[in-house]
Design a protein around this ligand. Structure first.
Ligand SMILES: *[C@@H]1O[C@H](CO)[C@@H](O)[C@H](O)[C@H]1NC(C)=O
Ligand SMILES: *[C@@H]1O[C@H](CO)[C@@H](O)[C@H](O)[C@H]1NC(C)=O
Length: 489
């Protein structure tokens, strides 16, 4: 997918037809970048490749060893071929490939897709040399090529950062890809920062679990020896049941089912082979909390549940579950023997065309394939502005399940390294009640691709005269654009 952060392709496929030889499950392996930055060496790569074997991680599925930036010499040879830096890699690329293959592992290589390798001012990358580089990589025995497209502003190209906040940012970039993810096509949420001391152990499980259910490649970055990886991190990285979620043959990315922003937790679900479902409950709050999860929203009446982290059965679950979450915990359940029930059904769709606007808010018309399903959006929802749906029907009073169709293409390219946000806040107030805030993730590949966020909104009154007002919270600059809303009962 053109919009994925990294394209990982099999090399012969790179030359011939990228679609035919893609790995059917997300790639797993090790990459030199997180521990060695752009300063790899022959010793480093060999030691870590051997480490994958010795630690049993190759057996767990981590099979590729990728030398990231920093391996080439400054100049191409007279035929225009890239060369290995002889000081760092005295035996050269072919010998390194043979060593890695000798261990039963795959030899991965990195090249920037621009003129220079990422993070470098003088090391050549592949732009203009794609064909010759692919051929040279193949001569060295390379199996996979990691090509990055730094500077190409319509791709997601801001990397993971060694801090908790990048887990939220990357998750909110990745949500929308569920439409495209399938066996052989995976969104790359970037390398794992498990075992690097950047996160608490609970956060490492959260990160690993989130990457697993999104079907991201699982690429280790820690130094592959038992002294360097804490036991708790090692347990996370080698948890076979969580890895199996990621490697499931269906290749289906979990979807965000319900977001509770002020309460700081999300509900996720994804289809697994064998008529199973993985459910994720992510606690974004840095405190423990107890939440209620209604399995009915997933269309599940009852099911047998298993906890893949604990590798134990939970028993049969049904109805509304009360769930205790630790600070920054990602709870995972694998549901099997599922008895279905009818999930909440649509009880009316309301287009943004019919809203009453205040302040800077403007209604605009979009093209045929844009701003679906209404081909319109209310934009410019800035400070003091609002859009109100009048005459919204509800069969009873209280909380409703509401799906908001919206557009947010706030990538935060330049600010994501710091505290920049790719989500946009919007508040909703029903019948003049208190305004409540939700964080809307990136919805698509431009300002015309709709996303849908499903939330629970309180304050409805039985009848046909509910008013629902969308606005930007005080202190924020802009809300996402608004396309429409659907009520579920
Ligand atoms: C979460 O809370 C712990 C304990 O209070 C604190 O040490 C840690 O810095 C907090 N993490 C973040 C990301 O704020
Ligand atoms: C959204 O609201 C939260 C809570 O007020 C705030 O911390 C965050 O910075 C806001 N996000 C944006 C993009 O303004």
């Amino acid at each position: 997918m053109a919009n994925y952060a990294w394209l990982i392709v099999a090399l012969h496929a790179f030359v011939a037809d990228a679609a035919t030889a893609r790995s059917p499950t997300p790639p797993m392996g090790w990459n030199s970048y997180n521990s060695y930055s752009c300063s790899p060496s022959e010793d480093i790569i060999k030691k870590n490749a051997q480490g994958l074997i010795d630690l049993g991680l190759a057996d767990a599925g981590y099979l590729s060893v990728t030398t990231d930036c920093g391996w080439p010499a400054k100049h191409r040879d007279s035929e225009g071929k890239l060369q290995w830096n002889e000081d760092l890699f005295p035996s050269g690329g072919k010998a390194l490939g043979e060593f890695i293959h000798g261990l039963g592992l795959n030899f991965g290589l990195y090249s920037g897709a621009g003129y220079l390798q990422c993070g470098s001012t003088d090391l050549p990358a592949s732009l203009g040399y794609e064909e010759i580089d692919a051929e040279t990589f193949a001569e060295w025995g390379g199996d996979t090529l990691k090509a990055s497209a730094i500077g190409n502003s319509w791709r997601i190209s801001n990397d993971i950062y060694g801090a908790w906040r990048s887990i939220w940012r990357i998750t909110n970039e990745a949500i929308r890809y569920f439409k495209y993810t399938t066996a052989g096509a995976f969104p790359d949420l970037d390398m794992l920062i498990v075992g690097l001391g950047a996160l608490s152990y609970e956060e490492e499980r959260f990160h690993f679990g989130m990457w697993a259910i999104h079907k991201s490649p699982l690429i280790l970055g820690a130094v592959m020896d038992s002294q360097s990886i804490p036991d708790e991190s090692f347990k996370t990285l080698s948890n076979k049941e969580v890895i199996a979620i990621n490697q499931d043959s269906l290749g289906k990315q979990a979807e965000l089912i319900l977001r509770s922003t002020e309460e700081e937790w999300d509900l996720w679900a994804g289809e697994l082979s064998g008529s199973r479902t993985v459910v994720g409950i992510s606690n974004w709050r840095n405190n423990s909390q107890t939440v209620e999860v209604d399995l009915g929203i997933l269309g599940v009446a009852s099911a047998d549940a298993r906890d893949p982290w604990a590798r134990s059965n939970i028993g049969s679950l049904s109805g509304v579950q009360t769930v205790d979450l630790a600070a920054h915990e990602m709870k995972l359940w694998i549901l099997s023997n599922i008895e279905s029930t009818t999930p909440p059904q649509s009880a009316g769709y309301y287009s943004a065309v019919d809203t009453t606007l205040k302040g800077s808010a403007v209604l605009s018309e979009c093209g045929d394939e844009e701003c679906l399903p209404t081909n319109h959006k209310v934009g410019n929802l800035g400070a003091g502005a609002s859009a109100t749906f009048n005459s919204v029907s509800s069969s009873d009073s209280g909380t409703k399940l509401v799906a908001v169709d919206y557009i947010n293409y706030e990538y935060a390219f330049s600010t994501a390294w710091g505290w920049g946000s790719n989500t946009r806040n919007m508040t909703i107030s029903v019948n003049g009640g208190d305004a409540k805030r939700w964080a809307f993730p990136v919805s698509g590949g431009d300002w015309y691709e709709t996303g849908r966020l499903t939330i629970e909104v309180d304050g409805f009154i039985e009848g046909e005269d509910n008013s629902v007002t969308f606005a930007v919270p005080t202190g924020d600059q802009w809300a996402p654009d608004l396309v429409g809303l659907e009520i579920f009962e």
